[in-house]
Write a protein that binds this ligand. Sequence first.
Ligand code: NAD
Ligand code: GDD
Length: 324
Amino acid sequence: MKKVLVCGAGGFIGGHLVKRLKQEGFWVRGVDLKHHEYTQLPADEFIIGDLRDVQVCKEVLKDIDEVYQLAADMGGAGYIFTGENDANVMHNSATINLNIADLAVKMGVKKVFYSSSACMYPAYNQEDPDNPKCSEDSAYPAAPDSEYGWEKLFSERLFLAYYRNYGLEVRIARFHNIFGPEGTWQGGKEKAPAAICRKVAEAEEGGFIEIWGDGKQTRSFLYIDECIEAVRRLMESDFTGPVNIGSEEMISINGLAELVMDIAGKKLTIKNIPGPVGVRGRNSDNKLIREKLGWDYTMTLRQGLEKTYAWINQQVQAKKKVAV
Ligand code: NAD
Ligand code: GDD
């Protein structure tokens, strides 16, 4: 039985990946700073540990065939675009990746999946909200708009260097805003889909919700199950990447808010307020992944949001009950 390690298993994507890998029959070890907040994971082993620590990395990599490296110091716009977390984001995530790449070779790991981000694409191609460019070959000249994006670009290059110099098999994906149940929905690290679902669920009928920026900035969002399917296909393929994993259904952020309100059946006013906004426009370009893996997104944004809103609404109502 193949033994796999999921780094960041206590997080959103890592948690879903552990469940999928167990369904497929892998022996799974998870590692994270914390247990998963929202679900009981079926991992064969779960180690609480800090991957910035070389000794912890040595321990968790023992007897492992393949690694999914999802651990990172990350969050949505409210965490990565304020500037306040730049040093930690760069130091923490780069240290994890430096440890994992080096020890994977030394400890005989056969393959490593690395989760990069669309945030590594140059800001100059994402200034027009209606026409952003995020094809894989548009990465250079590099000009990410955040330190988070620069670290991702550095770590892509790091894993590729280990591939060239030491023959470490690597698979690199650039995720475009992944959302769904069991993801962060409060506390400051949540991304727009979860934040907006929470705000709508908390608002009184006829009230308002706050949206950062003018709301005309655009993004695309990929539902978690589709992301996991693409990750597994990439890992089993002979394609190294980097490759986009995202949806091409682009929408403005005010449009996203309208969609969530419609799903919730609530009529609310949108108040656009100053806040961390990031690039003006971003959309996945799936030409390469269609060609190399035969994968494409199949769910509409609405379908994914219906499931996500239902879950977040449940969390909001449960929290309200505890408060009274
Ligand atoms: P997440 O924050 O839910 O999960 C990351 C996990 O890593 C967390 O549980 C965290 O505790 C853990 N971690 C952080 N530092 C650690 C350390 N020193 N040692 C051990 N564990 C540590 O985030 P996610 O949404 O599941 O993202 C997973 C990966 O995908 C990340 O690398 C992220 O940058 C990347 N990514 C995610 C998205 C997205 O939209 N969710 C988009 C682009 C890229
Ligand atoms: N988080 C959040 N919360 N964003 C909001 C809110 C809010 O209440 N209101 C409006 N927005 C706007 C942000 O200002 C931003 O312009 C847009 O919604 C999207 O924000 P996020 O979903 O937080 O982040 P992002 O799309 O800019 O970047 C995310 O995706 C990357 C991959 O595509 C982040 O999660 C990155 O970590 C990730 O790598």
